[in-house]
Design a binder for this molecule. Structure first.
Ligand SMILES: Cc1cc2nc3c(=O)[nH]c(=O)nc-3n(C[C@H](O)[C@H](O)[C@H](O)COP(=O)(O)OP(=O)(O)OC[C@H]3O[C@@H](n4cnc5c(N)ncnc54)[C@H](O)[C@@H]3O)c2cc1C
Length: 380
């Protein structure tokens, strides 16, 4: 049997590999001139710095099987993301932790004292927070909200936090200790040779062929026994019901001789600074030494038709359109929609790998059991 896999990102690569190992022939196509999708890394010719071309990627997971799988195809170097933010004329540590709180309020509080102090700042008059803003005011109070959450959220989502649902801020976003490790996962690292080398190793199998700069056309599906689609869900249907809303990112690249900011990620929380953050790529490979440096100033805006879709918006309007596309997808035969674009969800790399492994396993089981493969393995 031959499978057509649209997209050579992590979703497509992992599904191809697992299926190939079970004896299926996999034709992987991608419209871009490179593999690895949004995780693509590439060495800059001038400085030698490993660039995270579509924005910074740190691998982090609690899933031991996924971690073992990733390590089968790449050597990972431990990496902890320690993010800083420039806000109101000072530099602070993120996520907001005891150091941030003490520095911001000019205090030397211990954890219990700080907890009581923040409690006194929190707006308890808001009983049932309906919006992101109300939720933040209720959890952290106005000063921390305005310094660390409000401006950043406005820039990232292009709307006021009072227009976003409370569900975006599910838990108390503060730490009452000095833990500044951004991700709370057991396994964290970055592949020594970049993500593209990892994806290349995943795709390196005699039953997998990869065709780049090759966009999907429906005739390709006719020659395949099953299709796995990791492109945009609405794109599969030529956007016939309209476009699912996304935010896109603009990266303004600049170079610097030496070390520009001393860390990989510096957020900018003030509303009058138009970018959300600056990433300095050589700090994602601290085991390397480069004199030159490349940074990205990152701006967020609504995605136009020709832009790369980055973050699905998933508010009420988008969800109702999504439901209509899901109905169309379910009416297809022999096509399964996967990955961040195929299911219109934000997915970290570990979740992407987990879902791809599960999808391929379900496909193989469906073939042996003679059942039809569903359009979605995970509800979009
Ligand atoms: C700015 C940013 C930062 C991120 N940082 C992290 C991080 O630190 N840690 C983490 O775990 N995750 C991170 N992620 C998430 C990570 O990028 C995703 O988990 C991963 O890219 C999902 O892989 P995918 O294969 O599903 O999608 P993609 O990587 O988008 O791959 C889909 C591929 O399909 C191709 N395609 C689309 N349409 C067609 C078509 N019609 N014909 C042919 N090919 C097509 C595309 O060219 C693309 O290569 C980040 C995401 C963003 C946006």
């Amino acid at each position: 049997m031959t499978l057509l896999i649209v997209g050579a990102g992590l979703s497509g690569a992992v599904i191809a590999r697992k299926s190939a190992e079970k004896g299926y022939y996999c034709r992987v196509i991608d419209s871009r001139p490179h593999i690895a999708g949004n995780c693509h890394t590439q060495r800059d010719a001038g400085t030698g710095v490993m660039m995270h071309v579509y924005g910074p990627h740190i691998f982090h997971t609690d899933d031991a099987d996924v971690w073992a799988y990733a390590n089968r195809f790449a050597e990972f170097v431990p990496f902890l993301n320690r993010v800083k933010t420039t806000a109101q004329g000072a530099v602070y540590s993120l996520p907001v932790n005891l150091h941030t709180i003490n520095q911001f309020f000019g205090r030397t509080m211990g954890p219990d004292e700080a907890r009581a102090f923040i409690d006194s700042k929190a707006d308890r008059s808001i009983e049932n927070p309906r919006t992101f803003e109300e939720q933040a005011l209720r959890f952290v109070g106005r000063e921390l909200y305005e310094a660390f959450f409000k401006g950043y959220t406005e820039k990232q989502w292009g709307c006021l936090p009072s227009e976003l649902p409370a569900s975006i801020l599910k838990r108390l976003p503060l730490r009452f200790n000095y833990d500044d490790n951004y991700f709370a996962h057991r396994f964290q690292g970055i592949p020594r040779d970049g993500y593209t080398a990892m994806v290349s190793a995943i795709l390196d199998h005699p039953r997998i062929t990869v065709e780049l700069e090759t966009a999907y056309n429906p005739a390709m599906a006719e020659a395949a026994d099953h299709v796995f689609w990791s492109g945009p869900l609405d794109g599969f249907f030529d956007y016939r019901l309209g476009r699912l809303g996304y935010r896109t990112l603009d990266f303004e690249r600049f170079t610097h001789d030496g070390d520009y900011q001393g860390c990989a990620v510096m957020n900018y929380g003030d509303p009058d600074v138009p970018w959300t953050r600056i990433t300095e790529h050589k700090h994602f490979s601290p085991w390397e030494n480069h004199q030159g440096s490349i940074c990205y100033r990152e701006y967020s805006r609504p995605a136009g038709d020709e832009d790369i879709p980055y973050y699905p918006i998933r508010l009420v309007k988008e969800k109702s359109l999504l439901a209509r596309y899901v109905d169309l997808a379910r009416a297809q035969d022999k096509t399964t929609f996967v990955g961040r674009l195929g299911t219109y969800r934000y997915l970290d790399m570990d979740v992407t790998i987990r879902e791809a492994l599960d999808t391929a396993a379900a496909f193989v089981a469906s073939q042996t059991g003679g059942q039809a493969m569903p359009a979605f393995m995970v509800e979009p």
